[in-house]
Design a protein around this ligand. Structure first.
Ligand code: SF4
Length: 370
């Protein structure tokens, strides 16, 4: 099979986001995804699988063992050379390498060999995200941490019970949490020459009947214990000819609410108990989780923006980390008296007005909003 056919199969395969998170002659654009680096902006990356052969049977996956699908595999030389060509021609500014599992250790060796060639033979110093496969060995994890800007281990489900419904041949504690913990430890020991961006994971949302509370509880634990850089949530969508083909797709709003909640945990100081869940443990699809918290805590409001500390400001709908910081700075220059003052500092005043006092006064907009 020639290299372009492989790129076609394995670049498109990565778009299924199987073991991956959230994409010259012939047209290479289908294999390019965009990632958002911490500083903002968007970076085009080659998102690709080392191989789409897989011995596992995850029940939602297009590449599960036994499913009739055309498969291919790159050698490390082929993939490193193809990436080098793409990045030199300016098509991509990074590599996101994942894979099906044709022997965990063997496949991980090939992925590492690919990135070693990219770094050493081709002298590439840019962005590399390397997926660590389930059951990867300690030395492989350490080498992955040495080579990549970001490493990740996909948990897929929030706990062993849910994982058993999704991926019967994966072991939550040993196969997934084990590598995640070892990668976190290697990063903490400072073994990452490149791993500036840390460790991530991904969940498949809604395929195993799990609740948002379960997903966010595990996410919070990963932030607390492993200093995870971030979690990704991927709404389940059924694939024909898989055991879950008749299960309905998950509403995209659920994925969006989980991302908002994750953001609140990372940047606003929210904890699991702050979120408002329904009787099934799920977030409301039609309400922003920060507004849901504010409405459940009338005793907290109104907040006087001229006196409140940063954490109190961050609880106000419409005020984010940047506008909270600007409010604190602006207060040193004088009293904030109007919604116009807040708007100039980046506050979304239509949201914030019902929840704030300005120099002891309720903003006039507040009454009309009520
Ligand atoms: S390990 Fe599971 S999710 Fe990954 S490619 Fe194989 S079947 Fe798909």
């Amino acid at each position: 099979m020639d290299i372009h056919r492989k790129l076609d199969l394995l670049g498109r395969a990565a778009g299924f986001d199987v073991c991956a998170p959230p994409g010259g002659p012939p047209d290479l654009r289908p294999y390019i995804s965009y990632v958002q680096p911490p500083g903002g902006g968007k970076k085009p990356v080659l998102k690709v699988l080392q191989t789409s052969f897989c011995e596992r049977n995850c029940r939602y996956c297009a590449f599960r063992a036994g499913r009739d699908v055309e498969r291919a595999a790159f050698t490390p030389d082929e993939l490193a050379a193809a990436f080098d060509q793409m990045q030199r021609s300016g098509l991509v500014q990074g590599l996101f390498l994942s894979s099906g599992i044709a022997g965990s250790v063997r496949t991980m060796d090939r992925m590492i060999a690919t990135v070693e060639l990219v770094r050493e033979r081709y002298g590439y110093t840019g962005y590399v995200h390397l997926k660590i496969l389930p059951d990867a060995e300690e030395a492989q994890i350490e080498q992955a941490v040495r080579l990549a800007d970001r490493v990740s281990v996909n948990l897929e489900a929030p706990n062993p019970e849910r994982l058993a419904l999704l991926a019967p041949r994966k072991d939550f504690a040993q196969g997934l949490m084990g590598p995640l913990r070892r990668a976190a430890a290697a990063i903490a020991r400072g073994q990452g020459l490149w791993t500036k961006l840390g460790l991530t994971t991904q969940f498949v949302v809604g395929a195993a009947g799990e609740s948002d509370r379960e997903l966010l509880a595990t996410t919070q634990r990963l932030y607390d214990e492993l200093h995870l850089a971030r979690a990704y949530f991927s709404a389940f969508s059924p694939v024909p000819d898989t055991p879950l083909e008749d299960q309905p797709p998950v509403h995209p709003a659920r994925q969006h609410r989980l991302y908002q909640s994750d953001f609140l945990m990372r940047y606003y100081g929210f904890r699991l108990d702050d979120f408002v869940f329904d009787a099934q443990g799920n977030l409301a699809l039609n309400e922003d989780p920060k507004i849901a918290w504010a409405e459940a805590h009338p005793e907290y409001f109104p907040v006087e923006v001229n006196r409140a500390g940063q954490s109190a400001l961050l609880r106000v709908p419409g005020i984010g980390p940047v506008s909270a910081r600007r409010i604190l700075e602006a207060r040193r220059q004088g009293v904030l008296r109007s919604l116009g003052d807040l708007r100039r500092l980046g506050v979304i005043v239509a949201r914030a007005a019902p929840y704030v006092l300005l120099n002891g006064q309720r903003p006039p907009l507040q009454m009309s909003l009520f």
